[in-house]
Design a protein around this ligand. Structure first.
Ligand SMILES: NC(=O)c1ccc[n+]([C@@H]2O[C@H](COP(=O)([O-])OP(=O)(O)OC[C@H]3O[C@@H](n4cnc5c(N)ncnc54)[C@H](OP(=O)(O)O)[C@@H]3O)[C@@H](O)[C@H]2O)c1
Length: 445
């Protein structure tokens, strides 16, 4: 693409599924507005699909639908390629080919950026082209340009975020109705909030992909998904959500990044968040990202984190950005996923600072609490509060009862050692549950 302004800016879509059709819809519906504002037309000229016979929203006649990716990339009327096909291969290969052919690229593909961002951005630098990815994190929430432009004056200190709508929908339903994970997941699948195979959502991988992208933008640090300590919501029990509620918390799947003197702490984990805090109030399929900058303090960005039109909104905002000032977007691309120089160190998971919610199923006999408290104390973990109810009428015959302990801050390594020792010496009927606890600001203090 030459950066000379032509009367029509041609878009080639790689993919015409949920997001691709949303892009077509917004560009069709707002064509006249965009042309009036930009002085030229934004038009989808070609779209790659796997199966042309699939039923879709009405595709305008001027969009050539094809199964041949090269016919999109080599089309001289395509100036900008929007990759909305997903997956690593062939998406990554096609993006690099498009860049080498002189096209700017817009992508929503967080999985690809998280683990292959370096190759893609290196190719973009060599080709002097832009790669834009507002839709890759937080769907319709414009967090990427907020970090890159709106908060440019700041050193980012911490990020705490709810980045997966499926998980947030499931956790919200479990909290409201006191229902079990499996039951709520089945309902989420029926309503279209969860994929038929929800593994990457519920095991925290999708959230880790998005955190990896945010960390690159906010801290200039390349991390692959495997470097992020992560845990999903797939083993959460209704009992823990209920006890968290009693203690004044709700459980959220949080992605957290925090600068400490020792380096950067990164984790994805189900976390107790105080009721009444901003992240606690983010419900259903909504996403939110809390960013703390050294100058601005705390900021919160929230909105729809996925879906046809919210995601397309972010894609089209990148398209408009490229239409207005492509060189600015090329300069932004130059700064990202560079080979590491002076990168901030990652703190090892055992050194993470955390407050914990611990639930033990303990034999109903004297001395058990004292024994647990002694092991925690010997590992440097002090107790903030304890819940142990008298057994309910229907529990009186049971040999064990739940005991919930909230701790003060300790290292995750100390917590692990203490739980190992408890498992070794207490012969509990089930594994202890350990969840992280965050403060009002999404931090642990
Ligand atoms: N959906 C969301 O809410 C959302 C939100 C944020 C980011 N994203 C990201 O956006 C991307 C697209 O998501 P989506 O939900 O729109 O996916 P989708 O509905 O499954 O659509 C994928 C499209 O790509 C085409 N495609 C896939 N592999 C292909 C191949 N090898 N050759 C040719 N065409 C191929 C499919 O063709 P057919 O139509 O013929 O099957 C389909 O049109 C993903 O990277 C996703 O992570 C999605």
């Amino acid at each position: 693409m030459s950066d000379v302004k032509r009367p029509v800016l041609g878009v080639g879509l790689l993919g015409l599924g949920t997001v691709g059709q949303g892009v077509v819809r917004i560009l069709e519906d707002r064509a006249a507005d965009f042309e009036a504002r930009l002085g030229r037309r934004l038009s989808v000229v070609a779209a790659l699909v796997r199966d042309p016979a699939k039923s879709r929203e009405r595709v305008p006649e001027h969009v050539r639908v094809t199964t041949d990716p090269m016919s999109v990339l080599t089309d001289p009327s395509v100036d900008i390629v929007m990759e909305v096909m997903g997956g690593i291969d062939p998406a990554g290969k096609l993006i690099r080919q498009a860049l080498r052919m002189g096209k700017h690229v817009i992508t929503a593909n967080k999985a690809l950026l998280a683990d292959h961002g370096e190759e893609i951005f290196q190719t973009a630098r060599e080709a002097d082209r832009a790669v834009c990815f507002e839709a890759a994190v937080g769907g319709g929430i414009p967090i990427i340009q907020a970090l890159r432009v709106g908060l440019a004056a700041n050193r980012i200190v911490s990020i705490s975020a709810i980045l997966n709508g499926t998980c947030n929908f499931i956790l919200t339903a479990m909290t409201r109705a006191g229902r079990d994970y499996g039951e709520v997941l089945a309902e989420a699948q029926k309503l279209g909030y969860a994929e038929a195979d929800p593994t990457l959502d519920v095991d925290g991988t999708d959230t880790a992909h998005k955190l990896a992208v945010l960390v690159q933008v906010a801290f200039g640090r390349k991390v692959t998904t495997s470097e992020i300590s992560r845990r999903g919501i797939d083993r959460l029990e209704a009992a823990d959500i209920r006890f968290a509620g009693e203690l004044g918390y709700v459980v959220k799947l949080l992605a957290r990044a925090r600068v400490r003197p020792e380096g950067l702490e990164l984790r994805v984990a189900p976390t107790l968040v105080p009721k009444g805090s901003q992240l606690a109030d983010i419900s259903d399929a909504y996403n939110a990202i809390r960013v703390e900058g050294d100058a601005v303090g705390d900021t919160l960005f929230s909105g729809r984190g996925a879906g046809m039109l919210p995601t397309a909104s972010a894609m089209v905002s990148d398209l408009i950005g490229l239409a207005v000032d492509p060189r600015f977007r090329v300069r932004q691309t130059e700064e990202l996923w560079r080979p590491a120089t002076n990168a901030i160190a990652l703190v090892s998971p055992d050194e993470f600072r955390m407050r914990a919610y611990l639930r033990f199923q303990i034999p109903d006999r004297p001395g058990e609490l004292a024994h647990l408290a002694r092991i925690l104390g010997e590992n440097g973990i002090s107790i903030a509060s304890v819940i142990q109810h008298e057994p309910m009428a229907d529990e009186r015959e049971q040999a064990s009862v739940p005991l919930v302990i909230m701790t003060h801050t300790a290292t995750a390594g100390a917590m692990r050692l203490a739980l190992d020792e408890i498992a070794r010496t207490c012969r509990l009927p089930s594994e202890p549950v350990c969840l992280e606890v965050s403060g009002h600001t999404g931090r642990d203090d």
